[in-house]
Design a protein around this ligand. Structure first.
Ligand SMILES: Nc1ncnc2c1ncn2[C@@H]1O[C@H](COP(=O)(O)OP(=O)(O)O)[C@@H](O)[C@H]1O
Ligand SMILES: [Mg+2]
Length: 348
């Protein structure tokens, strides 16, 4: 018969009560009977009242000490059994099984052993979720690396054909180099993500934020012109003390997304201002916008909401942004609606 945790807790309490009741009952009954028998024997032998009283007191003291020791041993045994079960569970964990849990026989933890059990189980839950995340990450990385690799393999095979026209050869070489670029970007992003995740320390310095954002925009000039995007930049002169190279990752990713997800002749606004002691950067586009699902999952590693642009990215951009924002104790807000556009606000 399988008991639920409440029934288990009740059964355990009942078992403890019965064990303690029987031990106390036997100890009192045995002691009492012994004392009476010995006193009757001493009276028969003609001992006086004071001698009998002295003997009674000594006997009670001795028997109480022995009984206390006995109870201590019995309780110790119960404790020892709990620790033994705990050790068995710990052994399973040491062998790599993070699905096991230490059994819980109580409603609310009271003793140190109860707290140890509860916290041990919490720790196991935490480890198994980390283990799951690690496994998923490895599966995602392998999958993402396979795609550009198979493209590279395909073009490498095509380039080996003997009767290839110079135009075809040039086209395949171009595509091959794009696939290699995608793979390089992917590996660079994975390494950056890993570095940021393991990096607890930020290297702060004072720098001009408006200048940094302007430089990032300049780096995308060619793409902006290519798509004939209308760009509005309003930047207050603001100097901040923060991690410059980490913030560069944020602007680069948000601006490149705004360009990527906005159609030809679209509009992008970049705004930097200071409000109530906070520095706010807003990057707005009138592009394709995000669906509700994309909005709720866009910070997940490798998640790509818009499949039509999936070749141009790897779904790590916003995951990186989020990691940086967390590390810098800042805030990011996204307002987006399909076919209308997206506004991303970063509050430092
Ligand atoms: N400005 C934007 N407009 C519309 N959708 C966006 C925008 N920025 C991000 N997204 C959505 O969020 C997803 C995750 O973004 P990101 O992590 O940068 O990955 P990707 O490599 O696909 O750009 C994108 O695939 C896209 O669906
Ligand atoms: Mg991106």
């Amino acid at each position: 018969m399988k008991l639920n945790p409440k029934e288990k807790a009740f059964a355990s309490k009942l078992r403890n009560f019965i064990t303690e009741f029987i031990s106390v009952f036997f100890i009192v009954a045995l002691n009492g009977t012994f004392l009476v028998l010995i006193l009757v024997h001493l009276i028969d032998k003609g001992f006086g009242k004071s001698a009998l009283a002295l003997f009674g007191v000594l006997y009670l003291l001795l028997s109480c000490t022995i009984s206390a020791c006995l109870i201590y041993v019995v309780k110790g045994r119960v404790y020892f059994n709990k620790i033994k079960v705990f050790c068995d569970v710990a052994n399973e964990v040491a062998k790599g099984d993070f699905a096991v849990r230490a059994p819980i026989y109580f409603d609310k933890p009271k003793s140190e052993m109860d707290f140890l059990t509860v916290n041990f189980n919490k720790m196991l839950t935490e480890i198994s979720s980390l283990e799951n995340m690690r496994n998923n990450f490895i599966a995602d990385v392998s999958h993402e690396i396979k795609t550009p690799l198979s493209v590279i393999q395909g073009y490498a095979d095509l380039l080996q054909e003997k009767n290839l026209s110079p135009e075809k050869r040039a086209e395949y070489t171009h595509r091959l180099s794009l696939a290699i670029e995608a793979l390089t970007n992917l590996v660079t992003n994975i390494l950056k993500l890993n570095k940021i995740e393991n990096q607890g320390i930020v290297q702060k310095e004072a720098f001009s934020l408006d200048e940094q954002i302007r430089c990032c925009i300049l780096a995308f000039e060619e793409k902006i012109e290519e798509k004939k995007l209308q760009l509005n930049v309003e930047l207050e002169e603001i100097t901040i003390t923060s991690d410059k190279s980490l913030l560069e990752i944020v602007w680069n990713n948000i601006i490149s997304n705004a360009i990527k997800y906005t159609d030809f002749n679209g509009k992008i606004d970049v705004e930097l201002k200071s409000e109530n002691g906070k520095t706010i950067v807003k990057i707005r586009d009138n592009g394709c916008g995000m669906s509700k699902e994309t909005l709720s999952r866009c910070f997940e590693k490798f998640y790509q909401g818009d499949t039509s642009h999936s070749q141009e990215g790897n779904g790590l951009g916003l995951a990186l942004v989020k990691q940086v924002i967390n590390l810098l104790d800042s805030e990011i807000k996204i307002d987006s609606s399909l076919q209308k556009g997206t506004q991303i606000s970063v509050i430092i």
